[in-house]
Design a binder for this molecule. Sequence first.
Ligand code: UD1
Length: 374
Amino acid sequence: MPIKVMTVFGTRPDAVKMAPVVLELKKHPDKARAIVAVTGQHREMLQQVLDAFSITPDYNLDIMQQKQTLAEITSRALTGLEEIIKKEQPDIVLAQGDTTTTFTASLAAFYNKVAVGHIEAGLRTDNKYDPFPEEMNRRLTGVIADLHFPPTEAAKENLLAEGVDPSAIHVTGNTVLDALLSSAAKPYSFSDPNLAKIAELSGRMILVTAHRRENWGEPMQRICNAIKRIVSAFPDAFVVFAVHKNPIVRDVVFPALSATPGVHLIEPPDYLPFVHLLKKAYLVLTDSGGIQEEAPALGKPVLVMRKTTERPEGVEAGTAKLVGTDEDEIFSSTSELLTNNVLYNRMAKAINPYGDGRAAQRICQIIFKYFGAA
Ligand code: UD1
């Protein structure tokens, strides 16, 4: 009898990172039956990733509401996922990363005495409020999990330091590289005419994303101010800002930047166009976790607009630098990269500290073995 593996995700980045696992599970119908449950924590941003990887969820809780609070996401996802778990009786629930969907999936599984596998386990900043609520989401998931799949040795060390049973920890690499390396290798032409035009612009493209709760309000305003100064000081550079769907983000970014020459505000692109935009970028300014993992693999310097990072590998390898959200700091670090070629070339080297593109294969093999199905 194949084992029943229920994968749960709900936000756009978690969908990208879980997709390779779902596709890999489907290659082994003799060993596993994959049940895909999505919470729909992100509505539009999730759907396009499902389309990109041709995944049709078996369940979609569709919990998203405008300006949803953490307690609302948590309670709606928890009760919805419990119902699915009760009905499907999976052998294991797989959750990915550190979102509220991740935590509720593991909690719902625990309440129903179902095993939990945590993909992208062991990332830590050791500051419970930064990033908020992600640091606590991944810690809580880590306490519940039976199988831990840290992407790197450093993440494994974090789990060992917290007393996790070493035999339950398997370093697999990050599945984000499985998705990225296969997508980036394929030829692509932009179907969105606006993106096609932007991709053809001459000059150096600075790709920007920002959405984190810690960066709402004042910090987001400072980020926008820094961007204005950058495009005014460097006429040969232009900014492409993919503005998150969150109205709290949009209410600051649009008024601040929509009339600034040299700044292109775009909707968050679908996954494939985003990967190909990243390939064309000269450098990246972001507070995203996933982009910190993707950019080094494509040799793009990343300035991380956060105080802390749970992804030190890119910083240690020299492709990423933490710049926080101080306007002067963002401006001066970006200016340095735009003027100092030696520094730029040192940061712009393609390395894969987060994985080799075969993480999903490893994860599935370990799960099969755990249930004696290998
Ligand atoms: C969530 C995760 C964060 C992850 C990020 C990736 C939590 C608490 N946060 O943050 O860890 O880094 O996803 O993007 O789990 N919205 C839409 N359409 C969409 C998606 C979002 O309108 O397709 C709007 C809604 O108004 C929603 C808001 O964005 O209320 C915020 O979404 P939410 O899931 O609460 O948090 P994110 O900031 O996206």
